[in-house]
Design a protein around this ligand. Structure first.
Ligand SMILES: *[C@@H]1O[C@H](CO)[C@@H](O)[C@H](O)[C@H]1NC(C)=O
Length: 149
């Protein structure tokens, strides 16, 4: 079998296509829905907050914490948070734990816009945890606090 320039060119092309494809394929997340979750403490003296793999936060009244991410390909992003209501003497008063973001929360509450930031707002109050999509007009009390012990 003689060496075929045609075959050789095809191999050359294929080889380069692979490199180009590999080099130009953007991270898949670029195509997936962007989200920002914001959690604000309204009137609890001190809230200690820990959401899965994020750093813990200490929120005084008026303080917020916020993070953004894109949905992954499997829609499996999930942030479960633990909240601790602490008084001014750092004595634990109440606690709560719920999922602030997952696919169900996204579909029911935050939205599923593929191009613009989907925003989810949680407000922490002494009554419990309010959710709003618009940060102001449509608060709904969705979770309560649990007493300690
Ligand atoms: C948190 O709130 C306190 C008052 O409640 C304020 O003094 C402080 O600057 C706030 N911190 C941040 C990071 O906003």
């Amino acid at each position: 079998m003689s060496f075929s320039p045609k075959l050789s060119f095809s191999v050359f092309l294929l080889f380069h296509l692979c490199i180009v494809m590999k080099a130009t394929t953007p991270p898949s997340s670029k195509w997936l829905e962007p989200y920002r979750v914001t959690i604000t403490n309204q009137d609890v003296p001190v809230v200690l907050l820990r959401c899965d793999d994020l750093d813990a936060s200490l929120l005084k009244p008026g303080n917020s914490t916020s993070w953004k991410f894109r949905k992954n390909f499997w829609d499996s992003n999930k942030y479960g948070c633990r909240f601790y209501w602490v008084d001014d003497n750092f004595v634990l008063q109440k606690q709560a734990e719920f999922t602030v973001f997952d696919d169900e929360v996204a579909n029911k509450l935050c939205g599923t816009d593929g191009y613009n930031m989907n925003r989810c707002y949680w407000y922490i109050t002494r009554d419990g945890f309010y959710y709003s999509k618009n940060d102001g007009s449509d608060w709904n009390l969705l979770h309560g606090w649990n007493n300690i012990g």
